[in-house]
Design a protein around this ligand. Structure first.
Ligand SMILES: [Zn+2]
Ligand SMILES: [Zn+2]
Length: 114
């Protein structure tokens, strides 16, 4: 398991370099690592359309739970693809998941948005 204290220490050092004006060091050494960190998280939180919500018509409401070919071509049965996060723990949140939204908000703030 990764040493979370080590990560916190690294981040604190980066923050200090940024605040102290060690911008060359920050830009060349810290920024690429921060980008890699965000990208590593984003790689685990990406949209994946993988489940179908089926609303069965009156004719197909009863019977087996198996979705038949007949249902797939039925004009009255409705199939909606539900986009979820690739990370199975986020799947119930739909897309975008809360983790992706948190990153998205933080990145937007960097552009001067509230
Ligand atoms: Zn997610
Ligand atoms: Zn049907």
């Amino acid at each position: 398991m990764a040493d979370t204290d080590q990560v916190a220490t690294e981040l604190a050092a980066m923050r200090e370099r940024n605040e102290n004006g060690d911008l060359r060091d920050f830009a060349f050494n810290d920024a690429p690592r921060l980008l890699a960190a965000v990208e590593a998280v984003l790689d685990r939180h990406k949209p994946e359309g993988r489940s179908w919500e089926v609303v069965r018509c009156a004719r197909h409401r009863l019977g087996s739970s198996v979705v038949t070919t007949e249902m797939r071509t039925c004009p009255d049965c409705q199939f909606t693809e539900r986009v979820t996060c690739w990370q199975s723990k986020c799947a119930d949140e739909g897309w975008p998941c809360k983790d992706y939204e948190a990153i998205s908000r933080a990145v937007a703030r960097g552009r001067g948005e509230p």
